[in-house]
Design a binder for this molecule. Sequence first.
Ligand SMILES: [Zn+2]
Ligand SMILES: [Zn+2]
Length: 355
Amino acid sequence: MKGKIVYQTEPMKIEVREHEFSEEVEAGSVLLEVLQTNVCGSELHVFKGHHPTLKCGVIGHEMIGRIAKLGDNVKTDNAGNPVQVGDRVVPVYFVTCNQCRECLAGNLHHCIHMYKYQGQSGTFASYYTVHHDQYFFKVPDGVSNAEAASANCAFAQILFGLDKIHINPGDSIVIQGAGGLGLTACAVAKERGAKVIVIDSAPSRLVTAKKFGADELIDMNAYDTLDARVNRVKELTGGWGADFGLEVAGVPDAFSEGIHLVKQNGKYVVMGNITPGHTTAFDPGLLVRKAIEIIPANRYNPEYLYKSLQFLERNAGKYPFAGLLDAAFSLEEATLALEKSANREVTRATILVNK
Ligand SMILES: [Zn+2]
Ligand SMILES: [Zn+2]
């Protein structure tokens, strides 16, 4: 089958290549026709050469596809829903071998073989193979392509991270960063009954945060010091500080600030800082005295992708998830999509593969 792949030859260099895809599908695998795939923040890490190991290969991981061919023995998705050619599905973008020490311990999101196929197959392509050791789930009819296209990275990541804290109605959470992850977190925390406080320096992002359920907005231009932001969070939480914090800013200094915003004995989920080697001044004495629990979250257990689809179906139309993708490109325009994303000219670019 003829099609195209987007291949990174070296950091900042992309080629859109004609590619002959094999019609053979191994037992247990599924061949997908890619419908839509997004430029995620971590795609940009690879593009800019910041990823510790991935420097070249076929790129892309956030996607929705349509089943083009089923390998032998594939009758259902990983939740037991029957599947057939033509069904829309989303795959977990990494491998879970179920045999390594991490998988056996239940840490499926830390499988040591997780990137086994990366570089050889990516979602910036006409077709994508879901291998036998990758989970995939059928997309409910009520969930659009645009809504589902972010499920296998951004959405599942947020659900997984927020499940590590147990939000009860009336709890408060301060979310640092109103990008794709932060906005998704607003909606999830709101549905769990939290008072949602969002901090960002981009006024337009804060306006969007309101549409995703944020109750209170803290504009860093108006509250331009640590003390000002701490005092504002305290004002909004009866003088206590937030019960929970979530870092999705991706800035090391946001991490240092988080423990100031969260109350004593609070919990702080750290998710946005994913590039090792970037450091910040940190106050460990404050951490100990306040007894804040810091919880890092990177990738997710596969069940969270299934839960994400259910959340999107249950809350269809309530939050503007499809609108998170603010610019659409064709596969041929992949370089442009990456460059505009890298230059922050667009927030989250999407590639409509058959456009
Ligand atoms: Zn991603
Ligand atoms: Zn494993």
